[in-house]
Design a protein around this ligand. Structure first.
Ligand SMILES: [Fe+2]
Length: 184
């Protein structure tokens, strides 16, 4: 294989990797919009709103990078890396969890998605570095995306304990209402 053909093949592979992450961002922005509608906590809604704006920027950066190396940005959406609970557990969760418990569960899922995105960007950056001169001009933009993901992860990690403390009394109250025996 000539050098040029080899470079073309590596570029195609890198475009595929970039599009795989773009498809996650495409699905992620849709999920963030749903989360903003659903969350009952102001600070969470504000933070999600900010991250939605950042994610829109992530999509634009990825699209630009992909165009820049001669690829076509995807509009597809991937499945998000969230747990699919076994039916029996899912049914019990649906029947027993309060709104407050769901609020915490969703924040936990936010953290799972954001961590997965950060892993993807971190891998993309390592692959870009491995490509040497071919992709060196993509690293700065990919690093900006990674920085936002890490900031979102830090925010959730820092705020989850406080959320738990705040929601816990109402979770406990509902539990004792459901289980009058607890008072005996
Ligand atoms: Fe994100």
């Amino acid at each position: 294989m000539s050098n040029q053909n080899q470079n073309d093949a590596i570029t195609q592979k890198f475009v595929l990797e970039l599009n795989a992450v773009l498809a996650i961002e495409n699905a992620g922005t849709e999920r963030l919009q749903a989360r903003i509608q659903e969350s009952r906590l102001n600070e969470i809604r504000q933070q999600l709103q900010q991250h939605l704006q950042e994610s829109t920027e992530h999509q634009k950066r990825l699209q630009k990078i992909i165009h820049g190396i001669g690829g076509e940005p995807t509009q597809e959406k991937s499945g998000l890396p969230l747990p699919i609970y076994p039916d029996i557990i899912w049914k019990m969760m649906s029947n027993s969890m309060t709104k407050q418990e769901w609020e915490l569960k969703r924040a936990e899922e936010d953290l799972i998605v954001e961590n997965a995105e950060a892993v993807c960007y971190s891998m993309l950056i390592q692959k870009a570095k491995a490509g040497g001169d071919l992709f060196s001009n993509t690293i700065e933009q990919l690093s900006l995306n990674l920085k936002d993901e890490q900031h979102m992860i830090d925010w959730i990690n820092n705020n989850l304990p406080e959320m738990l403390t705040r929601l816990w009394p109402s979770i406990q109250q509902t539990q004792s209402k459901d289980n009058p025996d607890d008072h005996k």
